[in-house]
Design a protein around this ligand. Sequence first.
Ligand code: ADP
Ligand code: MG
Length: 341
Amino acid sequence: MSENTPLLRVENLVKYYPVRTGIFSAGRRTVKAVNGISFTIDRGKTFGLVGESGCGKSTAGRAILNLVEPDRGAVSLAGRDIYNSETGLRLRGAAMHRARRDMQIIFQDPYASLDPRMSIGQAVAEGIEKHRLARGKGALELAGEVLEKCGIGRESFLRYPHEFSGGQRQRVGIARALALKPAFIVADEPIAALDVSVQAQILNLMSELQEDYDLTYLFISHDLGVVRYFCDSIGVMYLGRLVETGSRKHLFEEPVHPYTQALLSAVPVEKPWEKRNRIKLTGELPSPADLPRGCVFHTRCPHAGEICRTETPGEEQVREGHRVSCHRWRETGNFATGINI
Ligand code: ADP
Ligand code: MG
């Protein structure tokens, strides 16, 4: 891998779900959950994927990890293809098992992924054994070390998931992922279910671990306020598409997509007394099973014109590393967010 190879590269990733339209109807529709997204993450960095509930963030995370099989596109990790529909590459069996170790996931609700009958020590050791990093006593020893690193003391090793608070359980979830020494972790709304006071602790832990192990994160959140403090670059998703991607600074200070601008206009700022342009989105969020023609955002966009109703915008470069999919971004560009990074 050369110096410049991103740790993760996602190209035109597509994942559709076929769904039946009703109990009695034979009709089928397609939910276009992820509809052609592309981005890269450099090693040791965090990419924030943000957008409203249902826009396809979790599906994107799962498709990247091949936890659901993508329909099209390409994913590579450290320069090595994991999935590529052009070449027909799909990792299976031992190759997939090996790749899994390098790419882990942390969930919003670790309780759902922890076996209630297994002590947390066993739960962490189980993954270690599955991936043959150590066995028996060695695996338990390693599990203890990793749990300790994640802020769960040895005295808790034999306790069960229900005995822990939400924040502690998330520490266990992180330990389970970390125990496999992954290079890349998808964190799917890891703090969304936690008390505000605990959220910062979990983010701090994730930052520390990133420093210590050179981890690369895909951080999924519905909350732009959270990614602001945690992500190096950010992609804003709307109905299966990335509408704007850029560095944290550019996205927060100079967003050009009307959707990003609307989301940011609702984020709390340091000087609330300063006049800001509040943008209220009107209209309902369309269904990903019945996408609007043209630009998917045009039904709610304050700047939509004729072309937006008929033609899908391509990605354009605003500046190095800052991309947008909008026909009219040049006209909407001067937007004061009131946020300084
Ligand atoms: P987010 O994580 O941004 O809330 P999801 O990726 O969970 O969004 O969902 C994107 C869209 O795909 C939603 O409309 C959701 O209902 C649909 N979806 C997710 N998983 C499935 C599935 N297994 N089968 C059918 N539709 C699904
Ligand atoms: Mg989700």
